[in-house]
Design a protein around this ligand. Structure first.
Ligand code: AGP
Length: 608
C-alpha cells in the first residue's frame, strides 16, 4: 500500500510533498522520493529507508518548482532500494511517474521495450509503466497516459508529470484509491485525504477507470476514452487519526475488513486454471527440486504457527509429503533431523521475528532448502531464504494478526497446488481447488456484511473470564487462532483444543460460565463435532457454533450460532476465522481494551 501525493499551484512543491508523505507514513513504506518541475526540466530525489533519509537529502539539495509528485513505497516488485524507489522516469528522462498497485503484464511490456532499445534502472513494474507513457507521448501528457493505461493489466493509482508540460499533472486510478484535493487556487492528488487535510477538506474521489488533469487554472476528470466526467466535491468530516484508519475505529477492524481484497491480492497472478495448478516462481524451485523433497518442516511463531498447522493438513492431504510444524523457538535449539531433501518453510508477517529467523538460519546451516511466506518485502527473513511468496496483504498495523493469517493460508494453498500437481493431485482436483479459492473473496465479504450479528454475540459473552475453542481436522488450528485472538486483545483466558481432546481434561472446566466456541462446518468430521457439542451441552456449557447454512443439528444444540458459506474442507479456515476475528475485536472493545496495541505485546518480536 504505497503513498501518493501531488501538487499544482503557486507554492513551492517540495515542502508540501514531504508534509503529505509524512501524513501517509502509517501506510507503511521502505523508501520514498519526489519529482519536481523546476523550470529547466525534471528534478528527482529518492532514497531508501525512512522519510527522514529523503528529507536529509533534500536539505542538501532542494529542487525549486511549484508542480511536483511524491511517493512512499511499500515494495511489491523488487527490494526496497533507492533505485527501486519512486518516482521512476521514462527513457527520455522527461516524464516522472509514481504508482500504487501492481502492473501484472509489466514483464511482457518490458521485453518489448527492451527490444526497442529501452534500458531500465530498477526491478519495478512502475518503471516499465513510465517508459510506456514515454513511448506513447506525442505532445499531450494526458493522451499519453490514457494510451499507456489502455495497454496495462493490473491495479494502479498513478500520478505523472512531464518537463515538456510544466503546468500539468495527470493522475489515474484503477483498483488503488486516489483523490483530488481542491484548494484555493491550488490542487492536489493523494492516496487518501490524510496527506492534504491541512490544506483543504474539499475532495473529489476518483473511481476506477478515471483520470484527472490538474493545471494552474483548475482540473478536469475524464475516462481513458477522453469522455469528460462531472464529479461531486465532497467535504471531509473525519479527523486525521480516523482517516488513517480508513474510517474504522481501529486498525485491526480496518484490516479485518480488508480481507476480501488481501485474499484476492495474495492469489493475484498465481492461479493457472487450465493446468489446475499455481505459478509460484518466487520459490526458486524447479520441478525436479520439488520432486526431490521428501519432507517439509514449517516453522513460525504465534498466528503464523497456526497457519503453518493448516499448511500441514493441506500438503499432507494433497501433495502427500510428510510435514512437521515446529515452533521456531523450539526448532532452533533442538537437534532437528534436516538434510538437503528437507524443505523448510518459514512463515512470518513481519519477516523480522527473531526465533523464526534463527530457525531459518539453523535449517540453512544443515543444508535444507528454505522458503519464506512473508508480508514485508525486503525484510530480513525474505532476504535470507532461498525463495518464497510475498503475501501482498499490505501493512498490518494492528498487533493482532488478521489479514496476514488468511493470506498465509492462501499462500500455503498455492504451494500445495504447485507441489500436489507434481505428484498425485489430478488436474480436475486442482481446478476444483482453484474454483474454491476464486470464490473466497466474495464469501469473506458476505461474512463481513453480517458483522453486526457477531457484535451481538460479543454483547452476550464479553463478561466471560474464560473461553474454550474447539475444532477438528483443519479447523483445529482455527480453534487455536480464535483463542489467541481473544486472549491477546481482550485478556480473557482462552484455549484452543482439538474437539475430541476435550474429554481428556478440559471437559472438567465446562460449566454455565464457560462459553465454548465450536468450529463446526459440514465437513468429513461433522458427525463427530455434533457429539462433542452434545457432551458440552450435557454439562451445562454455553455453545457458540460457527456452522454452515441449513445445519439444524448444530442450530438446535448451540446457544448461539454464526453461519458461514460452504467451501472445500481445506479452505474452510479462511472463512471460519473471520467471525472469530470479529468476535475477539468486539469483545475487546466492549471490555475497553486497547485493541491495536494490547498490553505487553509488540507487533514484531525481534528479540528472543
Ligand atoms: C498474532 O496476533 C501475534 N501478533 C503474534 O503471535 C504474531 O503472529 C507472532 O509474533 C509472529 O509474528 P510474525 O508473523 O511477524 O513472525
Amino acid at each position: 500500500m504505497c503513498g501518493i501525493v501531488g501538487y499544482v499551484g503557486p507554492r513551492q512543491a517540495v515542502g508540501l510533498l514531504i508534509e503529505g508523505l509524512r501524513r501517509l507514513e502509517y501506510r507503511g513504506y521502505d523508501s520514498s522520493g519526489i519529482a519536481v518541475l523546476n523550470g529547466s526540466g525534471l528534478a528527482v530525489v529518492k532514497q531508501s529507508g525512512k522519510l527522514s533519509a529523503l528529507e536529509q537529502r533534500l536539505t542538501e539539495y532542494t529542487p525549486k518548482g511549484t508542480v511536483g509528485i511524491g511517493h512512499t513505497r511499500w515494495a511489491t516488485h523488487g527490494p526496497p532500494t533507492t533505485g527501486n524507489a519512486h518516482p521512476h522516469v521514462d527513457q527520455s528522462g522527461k516524464i516522472a511517474l509514481i504508482h500504487n498497485g501492481i502492473i501484472e503484464n509489466a514483464g511482457a511490456i518490458k521485453k518489448v521495450l527492451e527490444q526497442r532499445g529501452h534500458t531500465f534502472k530498477s526491478d519495478t513494474d512502475t518503471e516499465v509503466l513510465a517508459h510506456l507513457v514515454g513511448v506513447c507521448y506525442r505532445g499531450s501528457l494526458e493522451e499519453a497516459v490514457a494510451e499507456a493505461l489502455r495497454e496495462v493489466d493490473g491495479a494502479y493509482g498513478i500520478a505523472v508529470i512531464c518537463s515538456d508540460e510544466p503546468d500539468v499533472l495527470v493522475a489515474a486510478r484503477k483498483g488503488s484509491p486516489l483523490l483530488v484535493g481542491v484548494g484555493d487556487g491550488e490542487w492536489f492528488v493523494a492516496s487518501d485525504a490524510s496527506a492534504i487535510l491541512s490544506h483543504t477538506r474539499s475532495v473529489v474521489y476518483l473511481d476506477d477507470g478515471e483520470m484527472v488533469v490538474l493545471t494552474r487554472k483548475g482540473y478536469h476528470v475524464r475516462d481513458l476514452a477522453a469522455t469528460r466526467i462531472e464529479k461531486p466535491v465532497n467535504q471531509i468530516e473525519w479527523d486525521l487519526a480516523t482517516i488513517e484508519r480508513g474510517g474504522y475505529a481501529h486498525f485491526m477492524l480496518k484490516e479485518i475488513f480488508e480481507q476480501p481484497d488481501t485474499v484476492r491480492n495474495t492469489m493475484r497472478g498465481h492461479l493457472l486454471e487450465e493446468e489446475g495448478t499455481a505459478r509460484v516462481s518466487g520459490l526458486n524451485l524447479t520441478d525436479d527440486d520439488i520432486k526431490r523433497i521428501n519432507r517439509i518442516v514449517i516453522t513460525a511463531c504465534g498466528t503464523s504457527w497456526h497457519s503453518a498447522l493448516i499448511g500441514e493438513y493441506m500438503l499432507e492431504e494433497l501433495a502427500r509429503i510428510p510435514v512437521e510444524v515446529e515452533y521456531a523457538s523450539e526448532f532452533r535449539y533442538r537437534n532437528p533431523v534436516v538434510d538437503d531433501r528437507t524443505l523448510v518453510i518459514g512463515i512470518s508477517q513481519s519477516g523480522e521475528t527473531a526465533d523464526t529467523l534463527a530457525a531459518i538460519r539453523e535449517a540453512k546451516r544443515r543444508g535444507a532448502r528454505t522458503i519464506g511466506l512473508v508480508n514485508v518485502v525486503g525484510s530480513t527473513i525474505a532476504r535470507e531464504v532461498d525463495g518464497g511468496i510475498y503475501l501482498h496483504a499490505g501493512p498490518e498495523v494492528g498487533v493482532a494478526s488478521t489479514k496476514a493469517f488468511t493470506s498465509q493460508v492462501i499462500a500455503l494453498a498455492l504451494i500445495t497446488l504447485r507441489f500436489g500437481r507434481l505428484r498425485n493431485l489430478s488436474i480436475l482436483q486442482g481446478r476444483q481447488i482453484i474454483q474454491g479459492l476464486r470464490a473466497l473473496p466474495e464469501q469473506v465479504q458476505e461474512i463481513l456484511d453480517r458483522a453486526p450479528e457477531v457484535e451481538a454475540l460479543a454483547e452476550r459473552f464479553w463478561r466471560s473470564n474464560n473461553a474454550l475453542y474447539l475444532g477438528r481436522g483443519v479447523n483445529f488450528p482455527v480453534a487455536l487462532e480464535g483463542a489467541l485472538k481473544l486472549k491477546e486483545i481482550s485478556y480473557i483466558h482462552a484455549e484452543g483444543y482439538p474437539a475430541a481432546e476435550m474429554k481428556h481434561g478440559p471437559i472438567a472446566l465446562i460449566d454455565e460460565n464457560m462459553p465454548v466456541v465450536f468450529i463446526a462446518p459440514k465437513d468429513a468430521v461433522h458427525g463427530k463435532i455434533v457429539s462433542n457439542v452434545e457432551e458440552v451441552r450435557a454439562r451445562g456449557g454455553q455453545v457458540i457454533a460457527i456452522k454452515n447454512d441449513g445445519d439444524d443439528q448444530i442450530k438446535r444444540l448451540a446457544s448461539a450460532t454464526f453461519t458461514i458459506p460452504e467451501t472445500l474442507d481445506l479452505l474452510t479456515p479462511i472463512l471460519a476465522i473471520i467471525p472469530l476475528q470479529l468476535f475477539s475485536y468486539y469483545v475487546a472493545v466492549r471490555r475497553g481494551c486497547n485493541v491495536d496495541q494490547p498490553r505487553n505485546l509488540a507487533k514484531s518480536v525481534t528479540v528472543e
